[in-house]
Design a protein around this ligand. Structure first.
Ligand code: 5GP
Ligand code: ZN
Length: 112
């Protein structure tokens, strides 16, 4: 999608601090980290949010979770939180599916 911030990051039109990349997904550090480790994992295909996941595009979500587990292991994250905000009221500000991976500090439940 031409006017999507994360599609521009995937295309390299906007610089980012890359953690990992493969044919299906891209991982990069959040520009405004909310924990000592905070990166985002996104599908290369534009999907608006979890609300736009279907049986057809769902395999990339499973792949992203396998990538998250691999990266967490490589980065030595023993405890971490994976978050996806869906819709503005839940805190979504970029409407390209992304999973936040946060680690390195105590976290509260329920989230705010
Ligand atoms: P959301 O608020 O939609 O759940 O998450 C979007 C995330 O993208 C936010 O945590 C925000 O800090 C991050 N973000 C927004 N613009 C940029 C950017 O240009 N580069 C990077 N690396 N992260 C961004
Ligand atoms: Zn996009």
């Amino acid at each position: 999608m031409s006017d999507c911030l994360f599609c521009k990051i995937i295309a390299g039109e906007i610089p980012s601090n890359k953690v990992y990349e493969d044919d299906l997904c891209y991982a990069f550090y959040d520009i405004d980290p909310q924990a000592p480790t905070h990166f985002l994992v996104i599908p290369k295909a534009h999907i608006q949010s979890v609300s736009a996941v279907t049986e057809e595009n769902a395999p990339v979500v499973g792949h992203i979770f396998a990538v998250i587990a691999k990266l967490a292991g490589e980065l030595g994250l023993e405890s971490y939180r994976v978050v996806s905000n869906i819709g503005a009221q839940a805190g979504q500000s970029v409407f390209h599916l992304h999973f936040h991976v946060l680690s390195g500090r105590d976290m509260t439940w329920p989230p705010g």
